[in-house]
Write a new protein. Structure first.
Length: 260
């Protein structure tokens, strides 16, 4: 129970990596707000945590809408009295061949994956600074923040931006005892990859269901895609006091897919 009396917000927390993180934080004693664009999924996820004996609140939010993010944080502090941990995890990908990427595609992906992270960091930090006892901000990066992929150019750009925001935020917020770190998952068997599989088939980059994730997983040294819960352990470490002397860092959780 490493997070007793801690309060966390997890964006994109209704499923996949986000839910695995929320679930792990709650099991370690944290009070968790699951913020997600899908209200019904958020409510269901929060109920699952409560059924497991944890404390969880559901909130609907578009992470790129500042007022909605403020409202989620305000609701969290009203319910639990404070904010200690902010996980900016929400994101999505819409693959297109490099030469066919449109302004609409670019703007949609960057709006959520980059602007949404900036807003989440800013609004959480303002509350943490006002509270005066520091805090931790953790952002979800990706192997796509470490190298570019031709079908995922906007997504890669957005995740490179997440790394820049982690470094900039770490420098800006250290004086307030707020650490900013991130983790970079590789191929994780989640609903995001189910959607990617269909999208890559639609643009002709794969020819049958499951081919895309198999192809991307082929270079993983450990020989398989990850499960969401295998990412949650690192997220817990970054949320706990064990990582108090870390800031501005990105931890890879990719099974050895990218070595730098």
């Amino acid at each position: 129970m490493r997070l007793i009396e801690k309060v966390a917000v997890v964006t994109g927390g209704a499923q996949g990596i986000g839910f695995a993180i929320a679930q792990r934080l709650a099991r370690e004693g944290a009070c968790v707000t699951i913020a997600d664009l899908n209200r019904d999924l958020a409510e269901s996820a929060a109920q699952r945590i409560r059924d497991d004996g944890g404390k969880a609140l559901a909130a609907q939010a578009d992470v790129a809408d500042r007022e909605q993010v403020r409202a989620v944080i305000a609701r969290t502090t009203e319910r639990y009295g404070r904010l200690d941990l902010m996980f900016n995890n929400a994101g999505f990908n819409k693959p297109m061949p490099f030469l066919e990427v449109t302004e609409e595609n670019w703007n949609a992906v960057l709006r959520v994956n980059a602007l949404g992270v900036l807003i989440g960091m800013q609004e959480a930090a303002k509350v943490m600074i006002k509270q005066g006892h520091g805090g931790k901000i953790v952002n979800t990066a990706s192997i796509a923040s470490r190298q570019g992929y031709p079908e995922f150019a906007p997504y890669c750009a957005s995740k490179f931006a997440v790394v820049a925001l982690i470094q900039a935020g770490a420098r800006a917020l250290a004086q307030h005892r707020i650490t900013v770190n991130g983790f970079a998952p590789g191929v994780v068997a989640t609903p995001l990859w189910d959607t990617l599989d269909k999208d890559l088939m639609a643009i002709g980059s794969s020819s049958k269901p499951g081919e895309a994730i198999e192809s991307f997983s082929s270079s993983i040294l450990l020989g398989r895609a990850a499960q969401a819960d295998e990412v949650a352990g690192t997220a817990l470490f970054l949320a706990s006091s064990d990582s108090d002397y870390m800031t501005g860092q990105i931890v890879a959780i990719d099974g050895g897919m990218v070595l730098v």
